[in-house]
Write a protein that binds this ligand. Structure first.
Ligand code: SF4
Ligand code: SF4
Length: 96
């Protein structure tokens, strides 16, 4: 299965502010995507866009807030969003 991983690399954007935190990982399964545009329409951050072939892409991944709206609305389970790993603290507590 072909898939497109759209995790942003902070150094790739020339105009957006460079985030210093990990970004959500947006994965689009192009084999399953029927190019309906629902995910693009429902994304509250305008992260997603369609190219000239109506292929969905994460155009502004740095704006993603991991709300999962695209994932929930996609009728074909063709897009997933994974939260970035927590940083700055540990959930299990320290080990002595
Ligand atoms: S909602 Fe799903 S099937 Fe429709 S364009 Fe987005 S990823 Fe593709
Ligand atoms: S998780 Fe939310 S903000 Fe991120 S691409 Fe999907 S709809 Fe947009």
């Amino acid at each position: 299965m072909e898939k497109q991983s759209a995790t942003a690399s902070p150094s790739k954007s020339s105009k957006a502010p460079v985030p210093d935190k990990p970004l959500p990982e947006i994965t689009i399964f192009t084999d399953w995507c029927k190019r309906c545009g629902i995910c693009v329409a429902f994304c509250p951050q305008q992260v997603l866009a369609m190219d000239e072939n109506r292929q969905v892409l994460a155009k502004y991944p740095e704006k993603c807030i991991a709300c999962h709206m695209c994932e929930l609305r996609c009728p074909d389970f063709a897009i997933t969003v994974k939260e970035p790993p927590e940083t700055g603290h540990t959930s299990k507590g320290g080990q002595a």
